[in-house]
Design a protein around this ligand. Structure first.
Ligand code: PGA
Length: 214
């Protein structure tokens, strides 16, 4: 059985008490398995809550700089105290926060330098993927938060072509309107290695169903 990544991207959601509640539901019903790799991407403020849990975590962003005089930024050396992964290149950051290809390349370099695994988001098949990336998440903008996912066949074709082009990329995930109802149609595809789930991951029961059905 292939290894699957099921990643919850909470975006800018959840207070500390809401995050604790979600985590307690997950911990009561979920047991770690070899085949399903569960990773949560919470806000920086609640990352420490996961420290003694069974659930792996990642940051939603990283500073393109080392530590120093960069007000408001959280750098790779700080992130690695709490998380093993970092999400880079999400379309919401490209659109709203000016993350250009140049900045993204700097973020990737800081992440790799600090031993973080990068989940690198691209929005179309031809997008640039910086060197050193092992996990790519293909997330077409038209599918994010719209209830209108890409077709599993198309996502699979894109995953296949990325792996053919870049031998370093071992895992390609699909993201965009994934739910417990449609998750299996993506995870059953031979070139897809999992899913990146936004809105549907905020509800702990729905996320448990996604894990079960994947
Ligand atoms: P969505 O978001 O599942 O709410 O469509 C996915 C994402 O942006 O990672």
């Amino acid at each position: 059985m292939k290894k699957l990544f099921i990643i919850a991207n909470w975006k800018s959601n959840k207070t500390e008490s809401e995050a604790r509640e979600w985590l307690s539901v997950l911990q009561n019903s979920f047991s770690k398995s070899e085949e399903k790799n569960i990773i949560v991407l919470p806000s920086f403020t609640v990352l420490p809550l996961f420290k003694d849990s069974d659930i792996e975590v990642g940051a939603q962003d990283i500073s393109p700089f080392e530590q120093g005089a960069y007000t408001g930024e959280v750098n790779g050396r700080q992130i690695r105290e709490f998380a093993g992964y970092v999400l880079i290149g999400h379309s919401e950051r490209r659109q709203n926060f000016g993350d250009t290809e140049d900045i993204l390349a700097k973020k990737v370099s800081e992440a790799i330098k600090n031993g973080l695994k990068v989940i690198y988001c691209i929005q179309e098949a031809q997008a640039l993927i910086p060197d050193g990336i092992e996990i790519v998440a293909y997330e077409p903008v038209s599918a994010i938060g719209t209830g209108n996912p890409d077709t599993p066949d198309n996502a699979n074709e894109i995953a296949k072509s990325i792996k053919q082009k870049l031998s370093k990329v071992q895992y390609v995930l699909y993201g965009g309107s994934v739910t417990s109802e449609n998750v299996a149609s993506f995870t059953n595809m031979d070139s897809l290695d999992g899913v990146l789930v936004g809105g549907a991951s905020l509800d702990a029961q729905e996320f448990l169903k996604i894990i079960k059905n994947a």
